[in-house]
Design a protein around this ligand. Sequence first.
Ligand code: ZN
Length: 117
Amino acid sequence: MSEKMTLTSIITLVASLALILLGFIFVIAAFSPGKIYRLAIGVPMVTVGGVLIYRLLQPKPKILTVTLKWDPSGKIVAEELKCPYCGAPLPPPQPGMEYLKCPYCGKTIKVLEEPIW
Ligand SMILES: [Zn+2]
């Protein structure tokens, strides 16, 4: 799967870079006589920008999806319920449940409900 940059992540990246740049200017400006308080503005700005970029560059955990099929009586079709990671049987999720945790391998699985009626 190729990971394309979303518009949100591009905006976040630009905003963080601007934050770092601005904060850096404040840090430099803090070296003017009597302007040391500017460090208290510049340092948090650079830190926040850095954290944002760091989080942006972190690989997102891949979450596999299981599709549930519900029959008209509201029962889950049982054979759909297998962990996509290890193949272990999964406990039946409650209606409206969005995520399941595999009791065998502990991975998080996204539940996609697909009513068949
Ligand atoms: Zn599993």
